[in-house]
Design a protein around this ligand. Structure first.
Ligand code: CP
Ligand code: NVA
Length: 305
């Protein structure tokens, strides 16, 4: 693994190895602390958009492993504005051992990877959010003990997060169902690519009606209706998405031990109710913590192998 840009780039074996390593590093950390596997290594965190989880979990992950990380806000680099993406990649490669970037256009991630001589980690683009999907499947493994044959139902906007979940679900043998308003569905290209990654037990289903989709779900997943960068569409989206709210009535149609996931930040009262987010089926906060454990595995894999 040279970079971490998309779940699509990983073999099922590589994906499982990352999950196994994440579990190992989490146990080690809980048992008193991680070994300084990344001593002397540095990570630049480059952001074009706001963040809580991605920024803090990467930074603390590096600290726990004996490395050093620093944050660069959207105003500092102005990647693609003050300086070309290629030049940012060339310059950072001379200073640090790896770069994590959160960008608007996915092309910027691809360009960073093209011109960087150090590993690039995708910390979210308009296309995908692979580090999130890794933490999500770590959370599923912890709660369900397996990924094969489980039914994950994504409800809401078919966005960056949904795309990475589709790819991971296919590679891990899960059943991925998605319920969206027709205008906000996954594109045929995404579904076709996802299906190419199917392993034993994997299956994709597309719904318009969330009530139908969630029947017998093991996992219900949702995300905001308006992602970062889409703020101008918020008023219109608020009119269309309310039938896709994850509330108690919806989750009562899933399996009783269904877990509810959300990458966060949540717009409580929109895509998810307080009752569900804070209720017995919610795994939202263990999921958020798992960002750090999953990303430690990515960092160790990229910087020590
Ligand atoms: N889930 C996630 O990526 O959160 P942040 O936007 O806070 O990093
Ligand atoms: N889909 C959301 C995820 C945030 C972590 C966004 O892109 O804003």
């Amino acid at each position: 693994m040279k970079h971490f840009l998309s779940i699509a780039d990983l073999t099922p074996h590589e994906l499982r190895n990352l999950l196994d390593l994440a579990i190992k590093l989490k146990m080690e950390w809980r048992d008193g602390g991680n070994k300084p596997l990344l001593q002397g290594k540095s990570l630049a965190l480059v952001f074009q958009k706001p963040s809580l989880r991605t920024r803090v979990s990467f930074e603390m992950g590096m600290v726990h492993l004996g490395g050093y990380a620093f944050y660069m806000s959207p105003a500092e680099i102005k990647m693609g504005g003050r300086e070309s993406v290629a030049d940012v990649a060339r310059v950072l490669s001379g200073y640090v051992d790896a770069v994590m970037a959160r960008v608007f256009a996915h092309d910027h991630i691809l360009e960073l990877a093209k011109y960087s001589s150090v590993p690039i980690i995708n910390g979210l683009s308009d296309y995908n959010h692979p580090a999130q999907a890794l933490a999500d499947f770590l959370t599923i493994l912890e709660h369900k003990g397996r990924t094969e044959g489980l039914k994950m139902v994504y409800v809401g906007d078919a966005n960056n997060v949904a795309r990475s979940l589709l790819f991971a679900a296919m590679k891990l043998g899960s059943h991925f169902a998605i319920a969206t308003p027709p205008r906000y569905a996954l594109k045929e290209d995404d579904l076709a690519l996802g299906r190419q990654f199917s392993t034993a037990g994997a299956k994709v289903e597309v719904f318009e009606d969330p009530a139908q989709a969630v029947i017998d779900a093991d996992i219900i997943y949702t995300d905001v209706w308006t992602s970062m960068g889409q703020e101008a569409e918020r008023a219109e989206r608020l009119k269309i998405f309310p039938p896709y709210q994850v509330n108690q009535q919806l989750i009562s149609r899933a399996k009783p031990d269904c877990i509810v996931l959300h990458c966060l930040p949540a717009h409580r009262g929109e895509e998810i109710t307080d009752e569900v987010a804070d209720g017995p089926n919610s795994a939202l906060f263990p999921q958020a913590e798992n960002r750090m454990h999953a990303q430690k595995a990515i960092l160790v894999e990229l910087l020590t192998k």
